[in-house]
Design a binder for this molecule. Structure first.
Ligand SMILES: Cc1cc2nc3c(=O)[nH]c(=O)nc-3n(C[C@H](O)[C@H](O)[C@H](O)COP(=O)(O)OP(=O)(O)OC[C@H]3O[C@@H](n4cnc5c(N)ncnc54)[C@H](O)[C@@H]3O)c2cc1C
Length: 389
């Protein structure tokens, strides 16, 4: 008998969330991750994430929101503006059911919160500070070989090891990658005026600029531009960077102070052709990567986690081996088509709203004008935007 039910490879957001959820289902789980299980200094690399309502609901169901909620800022208004046309649409939670659309968190704060949950539920003994080097299948198990020489046996290996997934490569699963020739500049600012729990987004030729409210008088900035311009912006001295941000964001936050490092992330979309192989499953960025225009990436991972956990729990209830292909394929059948839709949607939004093609201008303004004036359409767009299914 393998000593573990599931070995999770990668202890980023996805791996930590998955480990906590599977433990709640009663599975014996361990995580392999080269970074030690210590809190990251905040704000770390300036990245910030919008957690959509669907993620909040799943986290609550698995008692993880008590950890995440402490570092998350509720969002109840979203203002989207289009440049250069000037069209604008405002989504208010009060127009729906009054519950927040989303929650803003800093990348490091989320990791630290999930690490807390991991320690409480699994204990440090379930963390292996090492890399997965190789695996083989034998006698109803998968045997993982780690960089520190340890061997671990599990019924199932789950790759949560990000876009360059080693698990995906070792399992022989091909991946389709489409580069965007854009990069995101991300950082955190402190500001004079309160953010009023509002996301501001400017859809601009070249790429979107988004301000995400964080706890306190802090806001996360995700600023997408063609790659050369993004590198130029990230290299500016702080005072010039903030002046440029104030101009681009119409001074909505008043005076600004830089409160993190400034990171640059080249953007691409990618999708693994399959999510499962015998005794292997892929979750999160290891399976799919999207443009950040609609805050989908980690929210899609959380929907994957929920689907995989339900699939495995149901198999165990029926007395099945959780590593068998006909069990795992159920997870792929639920999640791959749903994620394909999300990848197309974010790709289409980016093409329409970020293209430096003047001919698309009337279409962009028209879409925002429709949403601004037709309340049922606006409510429908808001409802679709705040949940990943
Ligand atoms: C600028 C930007 C803005 C974004 N905004 C949002 C947003 O608003 N909302 C949202 O939902 N998403 C957003 N995302 C996407 C989100 O950040 C990612 O989807 C999410 O962080 C992916 O987490 P992950 O754990 O799957 O992968 P990763 O964070 O890449 O973690 C993978 C882990 O695997 C480990 N690893 C790698 N190889 C091995 C190995 N061989 N053995 C063991 N461990 C290994 C790594 O050390 C790492 O810890 C954004 C992304 C960017 C770049």
């Amino acid at each position: 008998m393998p000593e573990l039910d599931v070995l999770v490879v990668g202890g980023g957001h996805t791996g930590l969330f998955l480990a906590a959820v599977l433990t709640r289902h009663g599975f014996a789980v361990a995580v392999v991750e080269p970074t030690p299980p210590e809190p990251l200094p905040q704000p770390h690399d300036g990245r910030n994430l919008a957690l959509l309502r669907s993620t909040h609901d799943i986290a609550r169901r698995y008692d993880l929101w008590s950890h995440i909620g402490r570092v998350a800022c509720p969002v109840d208004t979203v203002v989207v503006r289009e440049r250069p046309g000037g069209a604008r649409v405002v989504y208010r939670a009060a127009e729906l059911d009054g519950h927040p659309f989303a929650f803003g968190v800093e990348h490091a704060a989320l990791r630290n919160a999930l690490l807390d949950a991991f320690r409480v539920r699994l204990g440090r003994g379930r963390w292996h500070t090492a890399r997965l080097e190789a695996f083989r299948r034998e006698d109803g198990a998968v045997v993982a070989e780690l960089s520190d020489g340890t061997r671990l046996r599990a019924r199932l290996l789950v790759g949560c090891d990000g876009r360059g997934s080693r698990v995906r490569t070792l399992a022989g699963i091909p991946v389709d990658v489409r580069p965007y020739h854009q990069a995101a500049v991300a950082f955190v600012v402190e500001h004079e005026r309160p953010h009023r729990h509002t996301i501001h987004e400017w859809l601009r030729p070249g790429g979107p600029l988004a301000l995400l409210p964080l706890p306190g008088r802090r806001t996360g900035v995700t600023w997408v531009e063609p790659q050369a311009r993004a590198r130029e912006i990230a290299g500016l001295p702080a005072a010039r960077l903030l002046r440029r941000l104030s101009l681009e964001s119409e001074g909505v936050l008043g005076e600004l102070r830089l409160a993190s490092g400034v990171g640059v992330w080249p953007l691409s979309a990618q999708h693994a052709r399959r999510y499962v192989a015998p005794r292997v499953a892929l979750v999160g960025d290891a399976a799919h990567g999207v443009h950040p225009i609609h805050a989908q990436g980690f929210n899609m991972a959380v929907a994957d986690i929920d689907a995989l956990a339900r699939t495995l729990a149901e198999a165990r209830r029926l007395g099945r081996d959780i590593g068998l292909p006909d069990v795992l394929i159920r997870y792929e059948r639920v999640r791959r088509p749903a994620n394909t839709q999300r990848i197309w949607m974010t790709d289409a939004l980016n093409r329409i709203f970020s293209a430096e093609v003047p001919l698309l201008q009337p279409l962009r303004s028209g879409i925002l004008h429709l949403l601004a004036t037709v309340a049922p359409l606006r409510r429908l767009a808001a409802a679709r935007g705040m949940a990943v299914s």
